[in-house]
Write a protein that binds this ligand. Structure first.
Ligand code: PLP
Ligand code: ZN
Length: 424
């Protein structure tokens, strides 16, 4: 294994591999996994070729924090398609738009990338139970992966989680506990209960390994673009762990010498849940020098009272906020917000002009790209990947108000003509 230790994302302290806690021992900040990049430079191509017959995330084993894939779930995580979305792109006057459809994962969301690594780490640690807090998708993911190997798991969700997500989650046989409160309260409860009982806590942000799973999406984009680097990757953010994972993936490729430049990472949040976007604006307004001269320990991310129909990105206090802010500022990306109405519109567009049915939190990325195109913040000729993070069946009801009326007719051909007049 090439993992060497950790680097604190807030105070920059180096933390030894033997560290048994999850967060930084000096400041409590989230930790970024560090590899022996110098050593990797000379062996990476050869080592990647040893796993090239795999098509799931363990294809990238030399850049993962695990020894081998023997404790991994047999479910196929990752290896999701990258589509050239010409029709959708024309709508925005953009000609090089790609869509990465992570709704194609085994439990139908991007979270499987995180869960797959968390499961291996938990099994390596010998913990009896894996626990996690979730707005729905992270829970379904870890529950499904645990079911596939018979690992016990407990998932804390806000009582208000969408019904379809709760049903999926409970179907996997996990112990699901609905909390009378917000996602943030479920998160804190999960952390405390895990600590008391010595469970493996997969909570997003404080667990450094979820980001390591999520970064594999960037490795795939790189390969799917013929070892190319896009100009931008557009990502929706709640806790900010996906966006920081995407950035980590590109940084790792850069540091091992497989790529020579980095993409910009654009952050899209719901207007009613935009703590990361606000923090980015605040840093940019107060700082004129280069990103490398920013003192991250002085940056404060203010929580919000989240209010958006995009439940998967409805977050008061982003749990990987600092890493997300850094991803956008260090990469030179944009940070924009979109309204629930724009998100719903994006859902309709992705389905009706792209053939991809996606949930609101996922469609937010497309809504953001459309907004950036409308404001001239992106230009035709740039290669852009819009990351879609969850399947629309997860929460189908939310798109309904934006759909055209459903005609109901008698079972008689002459009753059909009036409703298909435009096709005749
Ligand atoms: C979790 C999730 C997100 C946001 O990821 P964060 O790491 O919380 O920023 C976006 N879309 C979907 C479908 C998700 O499940
Ligand atoms: Zn620290």
């Amino acid at each position: 294994m090439h993992m060497e230790g950790y680097r604190c994302l807030v105070c920059d302290a180096y933390v030894e591999l033997s560290h048994s806690g999850m967060v930084c021992p000096s400041c409590g900040g989230n930790l970024d996994v560090v590899y022996n990049y110098e050593n990797l430079k000379s062996v990476i191509r050869n080592e990647l070729s040893l796993h090239a017959q795999r098509s799931d995330i363990f294809r990238y084993l030399p850049l993962l924090p695990v020894e081998d894939a023997s404790l991994a779930s047999p479910l196929h995580v990752g290896g999701t398609p990258l589509y050239r979305a010409s029709r959708l792109g024309r709508r925005l006057d953009l000609d090089r738009i790609y869509i990465k459809d992570d709704g194609m994962n085994p439990t139908s969301s991007f979270k499987d990338r995180a869960g797959a690594i968390a499961l291996v780490k938990a099994r390596m640690s010998g913990a009896k139970v894996i626990a996690g807090a979730s707005t729905g998708n992270a829970g379904s993911s870890i529950a499904g992966l645990c079911a596939s190997v018979g690992q016990a798991c407990v998932v804390f969700v806000p009582e208000s989680a969408p019904r379809a997500k709760l049903i999926q989650l409970r179907s996997y046989g996990a112990r699901v506990i609905a909390v009378r409160g917000t996602y943030d309260q479920a998160y804190d409860l999960c952390s405390e209960v895990s600590r008391r009982h010595g469970w493996f806590n997969r909570n997003t942000g404080m667990n450094p390994f979820t980001r390591e799973g999520k970064k594999t999406s960037s490795f795939e984009m790189w390969e799917q673009l013929d070892n190319g680097v896009p100009d931008r990757v557009v990502v929706s953010a709640g806790d900010g762990n996906i966006i920081s994972g995407i950035w980590k993936g590109w940084r790792d490729l850069y540091r091992v010498g497989l790529i020579e430049r980095l993409p910009r990472i654009d952050c899209i949040q719901a207007a009613g849940s935009a703590a990361i976007v606000r923090a980015i604006e605040k840093v940019r307004n107060g700082h004129s020098g280069s990103a490398s001269s920013i003192l991250w320990r002085d940056v404060v991310i203010d929580p919000v009272a989240a209010d958006t129909m995009a439940d998967s990105i409805s977050v008061d206090m982003p749990r990987d906020g600092m890493a997300a802010v850094r991803a956008v500022i260090e990469s030179g990306g944009h940070a924009v917000t979109v309204t629930d109405e724009q998100i719903r519109q994006a859902q309709v567009e992705l389905a009706g002009q792209g053939g991809i049915f996606t949930e609101p939190a996922s469609a937010a990325a497309w809504a953001g790209l459309a907004k950036m195109a409308g404001q001239g913040m992106v230009r035709s000729g740039e290669t852009m990947v819009c990351l879609l993070t969850g399947n629309g069946l997860k929460d189908a009801a939310k798109i309904e108000p934006a759909l055209p009326a459903l005609p109901v007719v008698e079972p008689d051909p002459s009753a059909v003509d009036p409703v298909i007049r435009d096709l005749l």
